[in-house]
Every structure is written in structure tokens, then in C-alpha cells.
Design a protein. Structure first.
Length: 280
């Protein structure tokens, strides 16, 4: 995939981060088969890993795609594979469907789970390379991107041998440094890393440059909050109310985080991210 990012530190190109978003047409419904889910508010039924979802059709399309939320499958609408699905389908397995090659189906599902982790890292590294304030790290970020992309290009057997946890740790160190440089100019920024802010009343809160890494913001009231340049990597925004919030320049925000939250036309988003279709 080697694409060149959106500018600044160079490296990705072609479609920029668009190639790090799910392209279901060029996948084999891998997330609908490889991943397990349990009956909950997010999924109407239990499904073990490796078993096709009953809504998955023979053409690898979802039979209830247009009504997932009303049919009890909102969890499907917020899932993002970061382009791992089409890469596994079209590059790693050269367009060979798991249905056509049942002997390697479970290997493909295992590879998909690893690839998804690698592609998530590529998403964050690509964004880091667009941040001019992190220019001092561009060399290291480019090398880390290339190393991660090389892992994703490997044969299935090699991918399954990867220690992604160790590699993620190395990537995270660079992302932490990037975050510090990007947020350096914000005074009085708050540190809520990993904080339990479930249902917190944060309406109109000043969270500029805040460290919200891994924070639990489930159901939090963030209406009108100032989240400019906030680090949101890994923050749980499920059902968080972002109506009227300003997320300009927020760091490491993903489409799935936005889709899991609530917002409106007054919510200001980073330029690289689109507005979820279900927002008011």
C-alpha cells in the first residue's frame, strides 16, 4: 500500500488515509465471519469467531445493511477495519474467497485480526506525518510506517508470527512524542488519560490540548466542549454527546469513534474526517 499522507512529512500518497478505511466491496465479509460478538446492546445475537453472521449473504454483502441499527446491530455500524479487510482479501490472498478455499479459511480469519491491528497503526502513523509541529519526528515516523507496512505485506504465515504487541509499543512511543509536540503550545491542558468519565457532565468544558488517551467517555455530555488539539487515541466515545463540540485539530481520532458518538451539524470535525450519516 505505501501511500503518501495528506502533506507535511510525506510518505503514503495515492488515496492518503482513504486506503486505510474499509472498502467492503473488495472484501469477503471478513469482519462478519472472523470476529465474535455477544448478544448485547450492540448485537442482537451471539456469534462465535469463524462463523458467518446469519445476515451475511453469498455475495459478501450484509442483508440488513440499511437497517443495522433498527435491527439490533449498531455495533456493526461503528466497526472500522482500517482497510485491513480488502488488503487481506485482495493482496494477501490474491482475491481468493474463503468460501472457495475452506482449507485456508481459518488462517485467513487469523491473518485478518492481525492485519486490522497493523492497519490501525498505519492510520495513526499517517496522521502523525501530517502534523507539522511534529517535524522533528518525521524521519522516525516514516521509518516506522515503512516497517509496519512491510509487516502487512508479508505472507500469511509470516504475519501470524508477528509480535504485534511489541511493535505497537514502539509505535506508541512515537505517537506519544507526536502528541506532546502537537499539544505543546496549549497552556493549562488537562490530563485525563485513562480516566473514568462515564456520563460526565462536561458541557462547554475547556478541553483544549487535553490528554484523553484511553479515557472512558461513554455517555458523557460534551455538548459545546472545546476539544481542539485534544489527544483522543483509544478514548471510548460510545453514546457521548458531541453536539456543538469543536474537535478541530484533535489528535488520533478515528471514524469509528465518531460513529459511536452523537453529534450534529454544529459539531466541528477535523478536516480529514467525515460526518457520520446517522448524526442529526
Amino acid at each position: 500500500m505505501s501511500e503518501k499522507p495528506e502533506r507535511a512529512g510525506d510518505l503514503p500518497a495515492a488515496g492518503g488515509r482513504t486506503n486505510l478505511l474499509a472498502d467492503c466491496v473488495n472484501c469477503f465479509g471478513l469482519c462478519c465471519v472472523a470476529l465474535p460478538f455477544a448478544a448485547s446492546a450492540d448485537f442482537a445475537i451471539d456469534k462465535p469467531a469463524g462463523q458467518p453472521c446469519p445476515n451475511l449473504q453469498q455475495d459478501s454483502r450484509c442483508g440488513i445493511h440499511q437497517s443495522l441499527r433498527t435491527k439490533g446491530f449498531p455495533g456493526c455500524t461503528v466497526y472500522e477495519c482500517f482497510g485491513a479487510g480488502q488488503r487481506v482479501a485482495q493482496q494477501t490472498y490474491h482475491g481468493r474467497d474463503w468460501r472457495q478455499a475452506p482449507a485456508t479459511a481459518h488462517q485467513m480469519f487469523d491473518v485478518f485480526r492481525v492485519m486490522r491491528q497493523l492497519h490501525e497503526l498505519l492510520w495513526y502513523l499517517t496522521e502523525a506525518l501530517t502534523r507539522r509541529s511534529a517535524e522533528a519526528l518525521f524521519g522516525d515516523l516514516r521509518r516506522m510506517f515503512e516497517a509496519t507496512d512491510l509487516m502487512a505485506r508479508a505472507a500469511p504465515e509470516a504475519i501470524l508470527e508477528l509480535d504485534v504487541a511489541v511493535h505497537r509499543q514502539a509505535v506508541n512511543e512515537l505517537l506519544l512524542q507526536t502528541s506532546k509536540l502537537v499539544r505543546a503550545g496549549v497552556r493549562g491542558k488537562k490530563n485525563h488519560r485513562g480516566a473514568d468519565l462515564i456520563g460526565a457532565k462536561l458541557r462547554n468544558a475547556d478541553l483544549r490540548g487535553a490528554n484523553l488517551r484511553g479515557a472512558y467517555l461513554i455517555g458523557a455530555d460534551l455538548r459545546g466542549a472545546d476539544l481542539r488539539l485534544a489527544d483522543l487515541i483509544g478514548a471510548d466515545l460510545r453514546d457521548a454527546d458531541l453536539r456543538g463540540a469543536d474537535l478541530t485539530g484533535s489528535i488520533f481520532l478515528t471514524p469509528s469513534q465518531l460513529t459511536s458518538a452523537r453529534g450534529d451539524d454544529a459539531t466541528v470535525l477535523p478536516a480529514a474526517l467525515g460526518r457520520p450519516g446517522h448524526w442529526a
